[in-house]
Design a protein around this ligand. Structure first.
Ligand code: F6P
Length: 541
C-alpha cells in the first residue's frame, strides 16, 4: 500500500492518521482480556492502498486524462500498472556455486535449499549433482555390459587411481553440463560434489573464468557436530540410496563411514585467498566469507548464513472468516465474522494439542482480521506490515463480479496470467513475493512459528516451502479455518493440515476455463517432497 506521507492536497475532508488513532487501535486490543467477542478496531480508513478514497479518485482522474504518452519510454515505475508485468531481466546473472565438503556434511541439503530460495525469487537455478551422474552412468554401463559396478568405499579411495580418474572426469563433465546450461539461459548452476582439493578447485576456477561474465563461488560446509554428522549418515543409509541397495543398514553405515575416511585422507579445506568462497560451519553457527561481491552473490551468502537445522515446525493459518469474506469482497480491513471469532477462540487449543509446551512465536499482518485471530493465543506476537494481504488497488473492497464489470480488461488479464497481473494502484503476486523475502529470511532463522496471514500471502510463503512454480502459485488452495503444519526435512517439507469444524465461506476462485480447476499436487512438484533424487534424467555422451 502506498505510504501516507506523500498525500496530495485533500479536496474534501479526508481522514488523517493521528497518533491518537494509533493509540486507540492498541487500546482496543489491550482492553480486551476476556473470552467475549474479539474487539473491533476502528482504525481510520487508509487514504491510499486498501480501499483508499484518494486512490479511487486518482484512478477516475487518470481515466479522463488518458492521452498518448509523449515519451517513447515511459518511466519504469508506471509500466504495466493494471496490466501484466514482465519478469525482471536476470539474463546477466551467471553464477556457478560449487560445494566443498566431506560426505555427510549437508552439501546437498544446502544446495537444495539455495535452489528453492532462488527459484522462488524467479532465478533459473539447477543443481548438478555428481553422485547422481555417477549412478546414472554406471546404470547405463550395467545395461550394456550386464555387470554392476562396485561403488563401495574402495571406489572412493585416492589409492584407487582408475576410480579417481573416473570421478574427476565425472566432476568435469558435470561442470561442462552446468556451463552449457548457464549459456542456454540459466542463472545459477550448483555443482554439488565434494570438490575437496586445491587442485580440483583451481581447475574449476580456471574453466569458469574462460566464460565471459561467469563467476564461481565455492560453498564449503564444515561440520564437526557429531549429532549432525550422525543424522546425515543415518539419512544416507536409510533413504533408499542405490549405492547401498544390496547391504544391510549396518553394512551400509560401515561402508559409508569408510567412504568418509577415504575423503578425509585427501581433503583440503579452502584456504586459497584468491577464491570467492563461503564457509558454513555447523550449518549457520559460524560463517566465513571471502571475495563475495555483487548483489546476487551477497544475497546467496546472506541466505545461507541464516539457515539452521534445529527441528521445528512452521504453522500457517489464514485469519478467521471476516465480514468481507462473507460479503464476497476482497481486501479491506474488516473484522472477523462470528464464525471467524469462533475460529480465533478454538485456535489456541489446536496449537497446544500440537506442540504442547514448546515455545512458539505468532506473526500477524497489521490488518485487524489477523490480529483478532491471534488474540487468544498465549504466545509472543509480532506484527509485520509485509504480511498484509495483496493490495488490490482500485479494486479493494469490491467483489469479483463488481471488478469484472468495472474493469473487464483487467479482469481478463488477471485470469490469463494471475502471477504477473498487477492491480491498478496495487500489487501483483510477484510484488508480494518480493516484499515477503524478508519474512522468508526471518522464518529461516526462527524455530516454531505460526503465521496468521491472508490467502495470497500464504500462497506465496507456501510456494517457497514446497517449491511450487510461479504459474501455479496463485491457485494454491489455502482454505479458511485450516492450520497447515510444515515440518522441514532434508529435501523438502512434510505437511499436515488440520481443519476446524467451523464453517466458513470458500474464497478460492479456480483457474477459469479449466474444466476442473487443478490444485497442484505435492508429488508433481520437483523438490516438494522430502525425497532425495538419485539419478539425473539427461545424460551427455
Ligand atoms: O478473498 C480473500 C482475499 O484474501 C482477498 O482479500 C484477496 O484479494 C484475495 O483473497 C486474493 O486471492 P486471489 O488472488 O485469488 O484473488
Amino acid at each position: 500500500m502506498a505510504a501516507a506521507n506523500s498525500r496530495p492536497e485533500s479536496p474534501t475532508s479526508t481522514p488523517t492518521l493521528s497518533h491518537r488513532d494509533l493509540v486507540h487501535v492498541d487500546a482496543a486490543l489491550e482492553m480486551h482480556t476476556g473470552d467475549g467477542p474479539v474487539p473491533a478496531i476502528n482504525a481510520p480508513p487508509a487514504l491510499f492502498g486498501a480501499g483508499g478514497p484518494m486512490l479511487k479518485r486518482f484512478d477516475q482522474s487518470a481515466a479522463s486524462s488518458k492521452m498518448p504518452s509523449q515519451s517513447a519510454t515511459p518511466p519504469i515505475s508506471v509500466v504495466g500498472i493494471g496490466n501484466k508485468v514482465a519478469k525482471p531481466d536476470y539474463s546477466e546473472a551467471k553464477i556457478v556455486v560449487a560445494t566443498v565438503g566431506l560426505p555427510a556434511r549437508g552439501k546437498s541439503y544446502l544446495s537444495n535449499k539455495l535452489m528453492r530460495y532462488l527459484k522462488w525469487l524467479e532465478y533459473d537455478v539447477k543443481v548438478f549433482n555428481v553422485g547422481q551422474l555417477r549412478r546414472s552412468r554406471a546404470r547405463q554401463r550395467a545395461m550394456t555390459s550386464g555387470q554392476r559396478e562396485d561403488h563401495t568405499a574402495e571406489y572412493f579411495s585416492h589409492s584407487n587411481e582408475q576410480a579417481t580418474r573416473l570421478r574427476d572426469k565425472l566432476a568435469e563433465d558435470s561442470l561442462e553440463m552446468l556451463i552449457q546450461w548457464l549459456k542456454d539461459g540459466g542463472n545459477v548452476g550448483i555443482h554439488d560434489a565434494t570438490n575437496s582439493t586445491h587442485n580440483r578447485r583451481e581447475k574449476m576456477k580456471q574453466r569458469v573464468a574462460r566464460e565471459k561474465g561467469f563467476t564461481v563461488i565455492f560453498l564449503e560446509s564444515i561440520c564437526d557436530d557429531p549429532a549432525i554428522i550422525a543424522a546425515n549418515v543415518a539419512l544416507k543409509v536409510s533413504s533408499g540410496d542405490p549405492d547401498y541397495k544390496d547391504m544391510s543398514p549396518d553394512q551400509a553405515k560401515a561402508d559409508f563411514l569408510r567412504r568418509i575416511r577415504a575423503y578425509e585422507q585427501v581433503y583440503e579445506t579452502i584456504t586459497e585467498p584468491h577464491l570467492s568462497y563461503l564457509k558454513i560451519i555447523n550449518v549457520g553457527n559460524q560463517v566465513v566469507m571471502n571475495h563475495i561481491r555483487g548483489y546476487l552473490q551477497s544475497r546467496i551468502a546472506f541466505y545461507l548464513m541464516n539457515l539452521h537445522l534445529k527441528p521445528r515446525s512452521i504453522f500457517m493459518s489464514r485469519h478467521g472468516e471476516s465480514q468481507y469474506n462473507v460479503e464476497g469482497k476482497i481486501g479491506g480491513d474488516a473484522p472477523l465474522s462470528e464464525r471467524g471469532q469462533a475460529y480465533a477462540k478454538s485456535l489456541p487449543g489446536l496449537i497446544k494439542d500440537n506442540i504442547g509446551d514448546a515455545p512458539l512465536t505468532v506473526w500477524t499482518s497489521t490488518l485487524q482480521r489477523t490480529i483478532q485471530t491471534a488474540h487468544f493465543l498465549p504466545y509472543t506476537k509480532l506484527t509485520w506490515k509485509s504480511l498484509d494481504e495483496l493490495d488490490a488497488g482500485v479494486c479493494d473492497g469490491m467483489t469479483y463480479e463488481e471488478i469484472e464489470q468495472a474493469y473487464p480488461e483487467d479482469f481478463a488479464n488477471r485470469d490469463e496470467d494471475k502471477f504477473n497481473y498487477r492491480y491498478r494502484g496495487g500489487e501483483s503476486y510477484r510484488d508480494v513475493v518480493v516484499r515477503l523475502e524478508s519474512v522468508i529470511m526471518e522464518s529461516e532463522r526462527q524455530e516454531n512459528i505460526l503465521i496468521i496471514g491472508h490467502q495470497a500471502i500464504l500462497r506465496c510463503l507456501y510456494a517457497y516451502f514446497h517449491n511450487f512454480p510461479q504459474a501455479d502459485l496463485p491457485y494454491i488452495k489455502i482454505p479458511l479455518h485450516t492450520v497447515i503444519k510444515l515440518t522441514p526435512k532434508a529435501y523438502g517439507c512434510d505437511e499436515e493440515r488440520y481443519t476446524l469444524p467451523i464453517d466458513a465461506v470458500d474464497t478460492h476462485r479456480p483457474k477459469p476455463k479449466a474444466a476442473v480447476a487443478k490444485q497442484p499436487q505435492l508429488d508433481e512438484v520437483p523438490g516438494s517432497t522430502a525425497k532425495r533424487q538419485y539419478y539425473v534424467e539427461e545424460e551427455t555422451a
